[in-house]
Every structure is written in structure tokens, then in C-alpha cells.
Design a binder for this molecule. Structure first.
Ligand code: ADP
Ligand code: 5GP
Length: 194
């Protein structure tokens, strides 16, 4: 049986797939669902300086770092890409991704628009997938309904969301996250044959 994140075809490098989209659209929910699938796919764990939310575990949801720790790692070139989002730093640990790809495992990065653009520039073969909400009202409702941010932070994230929605055309494909299971299945089919 193929375990999650295990190589199916040794010798063939894995495919790098980036998912991006506005805050609250459901990217983390999709990533968590994808992690439960026993497929030849591994979802990268990012580093961040933001505080953990209730239920988030260090090393699983994110690697939670101080600003200083993040800066040291960024300076040492340990991130494949990194960006500031709504006042916090986020970055993709380079070594873990390179290792999986070399083993033939497909890798999914869940990152913001600035990060997606950096990946596009550094690795043009990566497949960029835009995760879109069914509507603006639904996006707002999800962000508010998550109940993890203050009103001020929600406003900030919604302002950034307008810019992100305008960048959809830069992506290779769009998936509307109407129902999580269906959206993840569409993502998996892109991971396997873009
Ligand atoms: P993101 O990672 O894009 O910021 P989250 O995954 O945290 O978004 O999702 C934001 C909120 O929307 C969460 O409360 C989550 O449970 C909910 N959610 C995610 N996907 C769906 C969906 N397809 N339908 C309804 N609610 C969803
Ligand atoms: P959140 O704080 O809601 O978990 O994430 C905020 C934003 O940061 C989301 O758009 C998410 O995709 C993005 N993000 C998460 N990890 C990374 C990363 O490693 N790099 C970049 N550039 N963005 C990330």
C-alpha cells in the first residue's frame, strides 16, 4: 500500500503545486483534508511568526517562530519563498520540499499571492492553482465565522483579498471551494494530471 507522501515512481521528480487565494476561502481546510488522503502527495508545513490559533499544533499546522528566528532562517536561505502577510511573516522551508520532490513525491504549497509569484519565478514548472470563493459574501461569512481574528484583522484581510481576487488570471487553474470534499478532489486530479 502506498503511504501518504511516499514515492510512487522512484526516479521521476514530483510535481510542485501551489494553492493560493484570499484569506477565509478555505485553503487550510482543503490542505488539512488533503493530508488525510493516502495519495502520492505531501502538503508542506510553513513557518510563520503569527501566534497559533486554538487547535493549531507546532510542526503540523505551522512551525511557529519568533521574528528573530524567522529572520535568521530567511537570511540563511532556508526558505524557498517568503512574504509578509497582514503583519506576519510566512515562509516555505526549502529542504523538506526539495527532498520530497527528489523522491518523486508531489508537493502542495498553501501560500499567499506574493509567495506564489516567487515560486513562479524560481520554478516555472510549478502548477499554480487559484482557490476562489463561491461569492464575496460567502468569503466574508467564512472569515467572520471562523472567529479567530479581531474585527480589525478581518478588515485587513478582506482588503488584501480584493487584490488577491484580481490576480486570478495569473494562475494556471481555478478551483471554486464550494464544498470542501469536491474541491479537494478537483485539486488532486490537477496534482496527478495538470
Ligand atoms: P483560509 O485557510 O483560506 O484562510 P480556512 O480554511 O481557515 O481558510 O477556512 C475559513 C473558514 O471557512 C473556516 O471556518 C472553515 O471551516 C470554513 N470553510 C472552509 N471551506 C468551506 C466550505 N467549502 N464551505 C463552508 N465553509 C468552509
Ligand atoms: P493564515 O494566517 O490565515 O494561516 O495565513 C495567512 C496567509 O498566509 C494565507 O494566504 C496563507 O496561504 C499564507 N501562507 C501560509 N504559509 C505561507 C508560506 O509559507 N509562504 C507564503 N508566502 N504565504 C503563506
Amino acid at each position: 500500500m502506498i503511504e501518504q507522501g511516499q514515492s510512487q515512481e522512484a526516479g521521476t521528480p514530483g510535481r510542485l503545486v501551489v494553492i493560493s487565494g484570499p484569506s477565509g476561502v478555505g485553503k487550510s481546510t482543503m490542505a488539512a483534508t488533503l493530508r488525510e488522503y493516502e495519495e502520492n502527495v505531501w502538503v508542506s508545513v510553513s513557518a510563520t511568526t503569527r501566534a497559533p490559533r486554538a487547535g493549531e499544533t507546532d510542526g503540523e499546522s505551522y512551525f511557529f517562530l519568533s521574528r528573530d528566528q524567522f529572520a535568521v532562517q530567511a537570511q540563511a536561505g532556508e526558505f524557498l519563498e517568503y512574504a509578509e502577510f497582514a503583519g506576519n511573516m510566512y515562509g516555505t522551508p526549502r529542504a523538506a520540499v526539495a527532498e520530497r520532490l527528489a523522491q518523486g513525491v508531489n508537493v502542495v504549497l498553501e501560500i499567499d499571492l506574493a509567495g506564489a509569484r516567487q515560486v513562479r519565478a524560481a520554478m516555472p514548472e510549478a502548477v499554480l492553482v487559484f482557490i476562489a470563493p463561491p461569492s464575496w459574501d460567502e468569503l466574508q461569512a467564512r472569515l467572520i465565522g471562523r472567529g479567530t481574528e479581531s474585527e480589525e484583522v478581518i478588515e485587513r484581510r478582506l482588503a488584501v483579498a480584493r487584490t488577491e481576487l484580481a490576480a486570478e488570471a495569473e494562475f494556471d487553474a481555478t478551483i471554486v471551494n464550494d464544498e470542501v470534499g469536491a474541491a479537494v478532489k478537483r485539486l488532486l486530479s490537477l496534482v496527478e494530471s495538470p
